[in-house]
Ligand binder design. Structure first.
Ligand code: ZN
Length: 71
């Protein structure tokens, strides 16, 4: 059985879908029983999503503003 700190350790890979079937299954089982890790994963997922959106937005803005530098 995974411990909370195991889940924390692998949470980033779990969200990115970089874990194997067995690891993912073990984390899911832990999340099913542990509200703390469930909350932590939800928070991290949200943070990553927001970061991805902000990152894309910044890239887009950078692209647009790039030609203006020379004016
Ligand atoms: Zn836990």
């Amino acid at each position: 059985m995974l411990k909370c700190h195991d889940v924390v350790e692998q949470s980033s890979n779990y969200i990115d879908g970089e874990l194997g079937f067995w690891n993912r299954w073990q984390i899911r089982l832990h999340l099913f029983m542990c509200v703390h890790c469930r909350r932590m994963i939800r928070q991290l997922t949200l943070t990553k999503k927001v970061a991805a959106i902000i990152g894309k937005d910044m890239l887009r803005k950078k692209d647009k503003s790039a030609p203006c530098k020379h004016e």
